[in-house]
Design a protein around this ligand. Structure first.
Ligand code: SF4
Length: 347
């Protein structure tokens, strides 16, 4: 069974790593594929925290899994296409802003299209029946397979014994007897398999890897969608900013983002173009961005909020520097109270 090559969707989490191991142990040559949707939590942490959290674990898990098990990993950027999916998913959202069914279909379609390039005979994933509410129901898994065009050529090695036989098994590229029949939400079977395979280094599943499943991000995401002007084309940058800072709506509905720490302040400094940047002048405080063409009242209100989050929050007056495209204003404002500010928070 040598020289049979397969593409594996690899996140670097335990399930996809185990699926790879099951394939490698059968002599299948594995090419890992990892999709960058633009909503990966660890990717953003690497961008935002790289100076502050040098000790933090910010590695790329798919590449780490490839290195540990000695198989190549291709990173495929689908972030532009994903914008369309995440803002208008055909199959709807999960519990938060996660369009998981559309997302899986898109990833599998890409994998399908990549098969000739890598001379791959089939595609496999680390999915487990019943483990995730939205995408890993038996019925949904079947729908995803059909919608992606992968009918019969998509193998789920961890749950294969509970699923119909696939082409790779029927043809004999893969020995069905060496596949697993894991189902359900318990992680115990996978952890036992990890012990059996001697795998010790993998991310904890509870941490999550996708911003879209995070309730706080979901609130900011849907708030953003509700406020998009008609005809406006969303960009990746719009969503990048949703991943950092405190987000508030002024009374007029204008959006303001306030950095929560030095790393976020530094990150926001890269997104000043076309926005007002507010900073406390004589006391330590965050950087804040204010959307679009704020009028004088809105700028004043934003400065009061900024002052609230500065070290001058208990001062009678704080000087706030407001800059946009070479213009500068210094406003002396009274910091808002915590109570008023909290009512404006989206999160
Ligand atoms: S959690 Fe859902 S939306 Fe996020 S990457 Fe996974 S399948 Fe896609």
């Amino acid at each position: 069974m040598s020289n049979i090559r397969a593409l594996g969707l690899v996140s670097g989490g335990l399930d996809s790593t185990l699926a790879v191991k099951l394939m490698l142990d059968q002599g299948i040559e594995v090419i890992g594929v990892n999709f960058n949707t633009g909503f990966c939590i660890s990717d953003t942490r690497r961008q935002v925290r790289r100076r502050k959290d040098q000790q933090a674990n910010l590695r790329h898990e798919a590449l780490r899994a490839g290195s540990d098990l000695n198989f190549p990993v291709e990173i495929v950027d689908v972030s532009q296409e994903y914008l369309r999916i995440v803002t208008n998913p055909r199959w709807g959202y999960g519990k938060n802003a996660n369009p998981c069914v559309d997302c899986r279909i898109m990833m599998l379609r890409h994998a399908w299209a990549l098969m000739p390039q890598f001379d791959a005979k089939f595609v496999f994933t680390g999915e487990v029946i019943g483990q995730r509410p939205m995408t890993q129901h038996r019925f949904t898994m079947r729908q995803i397979e059909k919608q992606s065009g992968m009918d019969g050529l998509l193998l789920r090695p961890l749950s294969a014994l509970r699923l119909p036989e696939t082409q790779p098994e029927k043809i004999g590229w893969v020995d069905r007897n060496k596949l697993k029949g894991i189902t359900g939400r318990s992680r115990k079977p996978q952890l036992a398999l990890a012990v059996e395979f001697g795998l010790t280094d993998f991310p904890q599943p509870a941490g999550g890897c996708c911003f879209l499943t995070d309730p706080a991000f979901g609130r900011k995401f849907f708030d953003y969608l509700q406020h998009i002007p008609k005809g406006y084309q969303v960009t990746l940058e719009d969503f990048v900013i949703l991943k950092v800072g405190r987000h508030l709506r002024l009374q007029s509905g204008l959006k303001m983002v306030v950095g929560r720490d030095e790393a976020e302040n530094n990150f926001l400094e890269s997104y000043l173009q076309g926005r007002w940047a507010l900073r406390a002048k004589d006391v330590v405080g965050p950087v804040a961005l204010l959307d679009g063409g704020a009028n004088p009242e809105e700028l004043h209100e934003a400065a009061c909020i900024l002052a609230r989050y500065s070290d001058g929050r208990d001062f009678p007056v704080v000087a706030v520097q407001c800059q946009k495209s070479g213009r500068e204003k210094i406003l002396s404002v009274v910091p808002l109270t915590a109570e008023v500010t909290s009512r404006m928070l989206i999160i």
